[in-house]
Each structure stands twice: as C-alpha cells, then as structure tokens.
Design a binder for this molecule. Structure first.
Ligand SMILES: [Zn+2]
Length: 447
C-alpha cells in the first residue's frame, strides 16, 4: 500500500495501540518538562503537579492546566529572548522561527536537530497524504523567512524527491510564468493567494486545463474546506484542492486532507488533540465544535502541553474512507475562537460569509466584513463589501435585485441580516499571506 500511505503501519495503527503509544509518550514528555523546564515546573507547581504523577493514558492530559499563548509570550518577555520554557540548552537550538504575531507580539519557537528530523518526517507524511509524489514539480507560494510554512514545505518536498520552485508569496508574475512555462504540478499557498492567482489567470485568458497543475495544497488560514471556496479553487486552477493545517509552535503541517477530503487528519502518534468548550474548557462530545487544544508528544526543545490553539474544530475518530485511523477534523478549521462576530446577540463566523459570497457567480471572491456602531440608534451594524465578478455590470433595478439576492444568501448562511455594499471590481486588497477580512470599527464597544 506504499502508494497510499508513506508510513502504512503508523497511519493505520488501531486506535487502542495509538492510545497506548500516546500514553507512553505523554508520561515521558511530562517527566521531561518537569525535570528540565523552569517554566513548566513553576506553572505545574501552582497547580499542585510535581514529578511522579501516574500517567498511562492520553486522557491523563486532562490533569494538567491549559497553556495559553500569552503565558509563552510573557515568559519570553520576562527573560529575553527565548524565556525559560526550553528543556534543552540554547546551544542545542539549530533553528528559530516566530509565530506570525497577527494578534500580538510573536512567540519565538525553537528546534533542535531531533525536532527538525521529526517535523520534516511529519511534513513528508502530510505531503504524501495530499497526493504529492517524487517527480512532482512543487511551486511554493508560501512566504519564506520567519513564516514557518515556506521552509517546511520546501525541505519536505525536496526530501521526497520533488523539484521545488521557491517563489514565495509575493511575485505573482513569476508564479504565472512557472505555472505556464514549467508546468508545475503542485501549488502550495494560502487559499487567499491561490484565489488571487486564479483571478489573474482568468484575466490573462489562460485556461486552467492548459496548466500542468494536479493538486493545490492550501494552509495558513481557513477557507479551503468552505465548500464554495473549494469549488472556486478547484475550477479556477484546474486542481484537486487539499486543506492542511499546522502551527509553528507545535508542528508545522501536522494535519492534511487525504483523498477522501473528509477532514484534516491529525498525526496522533506525535500529538494529542482535544476539543474543549471555549467557556468551560471541558471536553465537548465527539463531533461538537470547540477549541482545538494540542499536546506535543515528540518535540524536544520547547514542547507545548495542552496548548490552547484558539482554532475551532470538530473531531471524528471514526476510521476514514482512506483507511487511516488518526482522528480528523471534518470541515477543517471552522474559525478562530476570537473570530466569532457577535452582532446584536447573533453569532456567526467570517467563513460563513465566505461561503455565501463565493457561491454567487455574479461576485468576485474577495469581500470585507465591516462592523460599525450607529450612535444615533445605539446599535451595531454590519456591512459586507463585495465586488462584481470581472466583466459583470449592474445598475438600477438589476443592481437592486443583485444586492437583495446577496443579502438573502447571507441571511441564509449566517442567520443575520447584513447590509451589502458593492464596490468596484478589484478595489478590495488581495492578501498574499494571511487575509484580514473583518474590519471592526465599533470601538470602544469592541466585540
Ligand atoms: Zn482519510
């Protein structure tokens, strides 16, 4: 079955054996952090946890407190540059990258030689699961530099025997040149950037069928698993679109979609994935949406235990059609815990707006959600700015009908009445890396 799995034994390991492996690795990881990391010793002492605690099962992780990103940032601010979190001496670090810092100061992650060997092995498996094979031409549209995905994709694909084209996330013209000239077979990018490339191809009159692209691997932000976005990506680039997820602070590229496209699989031999209620922080029932909390069982330099990712998922441990036994999150990352828009008591996510906008053929794929406060009415308002698809025009009654149609679709998708504003085609900025599509002007009221 080498053609389906890269590591057949581990990828199809029965769940009981997987649990046993997780329990053993968890016991070892807990022992390590308590013995070697002043940060964890301090944190766990406050919770009454000391060395010698009996740990056998993955569920034993629930005995430990949650770890928030703010704690990691504070530890690094108190003791620059890396804090006192690590379990190995600074001299053993061989790479450092930072989280993107979209919501505050960055957290500096570090890797030892063993850590890079492990994360690259995970990424090779991830890449294989998404259908990439030796000989593929991989066009890497992820930013290089401190953004973990660029280098991670690059090295893992090279190690598998692919030809890698390291263009990065900015040079659209070069991307088009290589897509049409070299006929790259694989594209890695954020879904936003891939969508932008699809728009540019269309403008240039290049048919997706004339390219050599087979598969698009999209990560760095949610969206690929949003049905209307997946369809647009697949049709616009002539590809099979695969969603994948990873975190620099845990393991880049740890969860890919297989050919069943029924959820991103977590590499459970290296981590424990929990889904907790955002408020009570208790586990939710399987299949219910909650915050993904991850425990890193393999990382050596700076392992994170019960890390609150703030990403919303629902988890299934049912065996996938692909035969893999590792848990998966159907629908991918549903949103971020703090992405949720609270409008006059109604709650919805930007991904719901995305699904509505991208399902409408008269609209371009880009949009903005603008939140304001109407002081006269003491009420919050929400306007969704959209563009007409290139070449489309509408005025008078046709425009009014179009707007009414978009409003109805948004209402059906989000449950809220949102105003719609049509802006000139191409006027909303396209993000090359991670998009920020919510503009909240409601200060000082906040969300
Ligand atoms: Zn699968």
């Amino acid at each position: 079955m080498a053609s389906v799995y890269l590591d057949p034994e581990i990828e199809t390991l029965p769940r009981a054996a997987l649990g046993k492996l997780q329990g053993e690795k968890l016991a070892r990881q807990v022992e390590r952090v308590l013995r070697l990391s002043p940060f964890y010793r301090r944190k766990y002492a406050a919770a009454g946890i000391v060395l010698g605690l009996a740990i056998k099962h993955p569920e034993d992780i629930r005995k430990f407190p949650i770890l928030a990103k703010a704690e990691l940032r504070e530890a690094q601010a108190a003791k620059p540059f890396f804090g006192d979190i690590a379990t190995v001496p600074v001299g053993d670090f061989i790479e450092t990258l930072s989280t993107t810092g979209t919501t505050g100061r960055p957290f500096h992650c570090v890797w030892t030689k063993n850590d890079l060997a492990y994360t690259h092995a995970v990424m090779r498996r991830t890449v294989w699961t998404m259908g990439i094979r030796p000989g593929d031409i991989v066009q890497n549209g992820f930013a290089y530099g401190l953004f973990v995905a660029g280098v991670n994709v690059h090295l893992a694909c090279q190690q598998l025997g692919c030809l890698v084209v390291p263009i990065g996330a900015t040079n659209t013209e070069r991307h088009l040149d290589y897509l049409t000239g070299l006929k790259s077979t694989i594209l890695f990018a954020t879904p936003s950037f891939a969508m932008y490339l699809a728009e540019r191809l269309k403008e240039a009159g290049i048919a997706p069928e004339s390219l050599g692209l087979r598969i698009g691997c999209f990560g760095g932000e949610p969206g690929t698993a949003v049905p209307a976005t997946r369809t647009k990506l697949e049709e616009g680039l002539g590809i099979d679109a695969r969603d994948y997820y990873g975190l620099a602070e845990i393991c880049p590229g740890m969860s890919p979609e297989c050919e069943a496209k029924d959820g991103i699989h977590f590499c459970e031999d290296h981590l424990i994935a929990e889904v907790l209620d955002p408020e009570t922080k208790e586990p939710v029932a399987e299949g219910e949406t909650g915050v993904l909390v991850v425990t890193d069982l393999s990382r050596e330099a700076m392992p994170l235990l019960r890390y609150w990712t703030n990403d919303l998922v629902r988890l299934s441990t049912e065996r996938c059609a692909c035969g893999r036994t590792h848990a998966r999150a159907p629908g991918g990352i549903v949103g971020r815990g703090d992405d949720r828009i609270n409008l006059k008591g109604a709650k919805f996510y930007p991904t719901q707006v995305e699904n509505a906008v991208r399902a409408l053929p008269d609209l371009a794929p880009e949009f903005r959600i603008v939140l304001d406060h109407d002081h006269a009415r003491h009420s919050d308002t929400c306007t969704v700015r959209v563009e007409l698809a290139p070449g489309k025009t509408a005025a008078g009654a046709a425009l009014a009908a179009l707007i009414a149609g978009v409003e109805a679709k948004l209402k059906a998708e989000t449950g809220s009445s949102l105003a719609v504003e049509i802006v000139p085609t191409g006027s909303l900025e396209r993000a090359m890396t991670k998009s920020k599509r919510v503009v909240d002007n409601r200060k000082p009221h906040g969300r």
